[in-house]
Design a binder for this molecule. Sequence first.
Ligand code: ADP
Ligand code: AMP
Length: 213
Amino acid sequence: MNLIFLGPPGAGKGTVAQKITDDMDIVQISTGDLLRGAVKEGTELGIKAKEYMDKGKLVPDELVIGLLKDRISKEDCKNGFILDGFPRTIPQAEALDNSDVEIDKVVNFNVPDELVIHRITGRRICKECNAVYNIYPDCDPNPKEKGKCDKCSGELYQRDDDREEVVMKRLKQYKEQTEPLVDYYKEKGILANIKADNPLDEIVEDTKKAVKS
Ligand code: ADP
Ligand code: AMP
């Protein structure tokens, strides 16, 4: 099964993806993680992408589309995948339509802006395995041990672009460039809306139901 998770930054796309991929025997593909990997390795693409990411802007379509196509062609994607953070523009969605990839369902995570800002500023990521955590007690999941990944004991860090001033820019560009994809996929008849300001376990169950229907 091939899925797209749509929604503003901080909506919980990655967290839910990480909770359902094992059960569904599919892989999570986060273009954000792929780009941060390229930045860390210092590749040519990473150097170009960093300029945009630091400012809360989208990386140019041609760079992201190439990266995504490359990732999707790998053997571990044969059973299916969740695209988390892709597509983010109409041209990216069209590139997917024009490839030989069939998308079964698009899950749209609906969350009010103020909650997104709260979740993002408390977000922490594992340096080793990219697992997502949060430092605020009202967010989910909290690491069992402060600053350490439950799964691999890796160190948790805060993303540079999760600072409030950059988050506001990312939200603005989400509304301008990515939100139009909600109607794009609604018209195709494959959109499922999820109330994503609920407790995490409920969202995970709602998502599983939505992709089966
Ligand atoms: P996205 O992938 O959509 O940008 P994340 O999955 O990284 O968002 O979630 C943003 C932050 O909110 C993370 O720190 C995560 O731990 C937290 N979070 C995600 N879903 C929930 C939820 N349902 N309730 C509380 N906190 C959540
Ligand atoms: P994310 O981890 O999904 O929040 O993405 C972090 C940053 O990576 C975004 O703010 C963009 O700068 C860049 N990015 C990730 N995915 C895409 C995409 N599909 N198109 C353009 N830029 C992207």
